[in-house]
Ligand binder design. Structure first.
Ligand SMILES: NC(=O)c1ccc[n+]([C@@H]2O[C@H](COP(=O)([O-])OP(=O)(O)OC[C@H]3O[C@@H](n4cnc5c(N)ncnc54)[C@H](OP(=O)(O)O)[C@@H]3O)[C@@H](O)[C@H]2O)c1
Length: 294
């Protein structure tokens, strides 16, 4: 693997993918829309995924060995308001990428989500998806279109992706909690939604390691711990040693959400652990790594 194209290099996972690729001494081309951030060792291209010809064009021009698609419309409620855009970005653009990869011989690593499930219990790769909203439906369609267009593609499902965003002020499940408690604000957290949060660093490492092994098909990539949003808050407060934090347990039913959330879409990570021959990290170990890399 010599040259990698990171689609959505300015997003959270995309940033960690750029960093991981750079660490592995790969030549890195990355795409972003609306301005390209400055990052060491990355050559940027502007790309809006709604333009499928441009999607194909960037793959042909960059001629990568591996493409990591870390871009998506990730605003779960926003996808309910803009289902056409959700489908264009989360389903049709990945299909265009997969076609371009098949034509050029590049290996595609496409990233998907635990929201393809209804969250009635832990899900492994054989569990039947049943998305509850427009985001999950578009992402599921994306998975299927990708694998139909390029059966050798990898589809990595992740859950509550978190880490340091060095490019924009956009927060994630962990940095939002940190920002709130460090500002002395009360943090209302669901006690009835459980996830297996994916540290973006874990996701990026698994993407390259699985691509190196020429793995194909669907893999769940997440931490080993199935935790409620409230338990995540407690772990964050403990890991960062924040005194006097005010975490308030709430239930999902008490909040007006446009899109229903899966209550327990915890991802079983046995397959990726067996394939990579190493355990996925626990949530607290990931937080400790974040603390050390702040
Ligand atoms: N976030 C989560 O909790 C979560 C959970 C499970 C799975 N995932 C999956 O993990 C992957 C990475 O997510 P993330 O958390 O890193 O997301 P993120 O930080 O929201 O980054 C997504 C990136 O996609 C870009 N994007 C959106 N629409 C675009 C378009 N039309 N053209 C070009 N770029 C576009 C965004 O650019 P702009 O900033 O310009 O919009 C952003 O840079 C996604 O596949 C997501 O579905 C995420």
């Amino acid at each position: 693997m010599a040259r990698v194209l990171i689609v959505g290099g300015a997003g959270l996972l995309g940033q960690y993918a750029c960093e991981e690729a750079h660490r592995r001494a790969l030549e890195v081309v990355a795409t972003a829309r609306g301005g390209t951030p400055s990052r060491p060792g990355v050559s940027w291209r502007e790309l809006d995924l709604r333009d499928r010809d441009a999607v194909r064009g960037v793959v042909r021009e960059a001629a990568p060995d591996v493409v990591v698609n870390a871009a998506a419309l990730t605003d779960v409620d926003g996808c309910e308001d803009h289902p056409d855009e959700a489908r264009a970005v989360n389903a049709l653009a990945p299909e265009a990428l997969a076609r371009a990869c098949r034509e050029t011989g590049a290996r595609l690593v496409h990233v998907s989500t635990d929201y393809v499930f209804d969250g009635t219990g832990p899900a492994d790769e054989t569990t039947e998806p049943n998305p509850l909203g427009a985001y999950g439906r578009a992402k599921l369609e994306g998975e299927r279109l990708v694998l139909a267009a390029d059966p050798s593609a990898l589809v990595l499902r992740m859950s509550g992706v978190f880490g340091w965003n060095r490019v924009s002020a956009k927060t994630n499940a962990v940095t939002w909690i940190l920002k709130m408690v460090e500002a002395g604000q009360e943090v209302r957290l669901f006690r009835d939604q459980r996830i297996t949060p994916t540290y973006a660093k874990t996701g990026a490492q698994a993407a390259f390691d699985l691509a190196d092994l020429r793995a194909r098909g669907v893999f769940h990539v997440a931490s080993r711990d199935c935790v409620s949003r409230l338990e995540m808050g407690e772990a964050v407060v403990e890991a960062f040693g924040i005194p006097g934090a005010r975490l308030v347990p709430v239930v999902m039913g008490s909040v007006a959400l446009k899109s229903r959330r899966p209550p327990a879409a915890c991802l079983v990570v046995k397959k990726v652990e067996e394939t990579l021959k190493r355990p996925m990290p626990g949530f607290r170990a990931c937080l400790e790594d974040m603390r050390q890399t702040r």
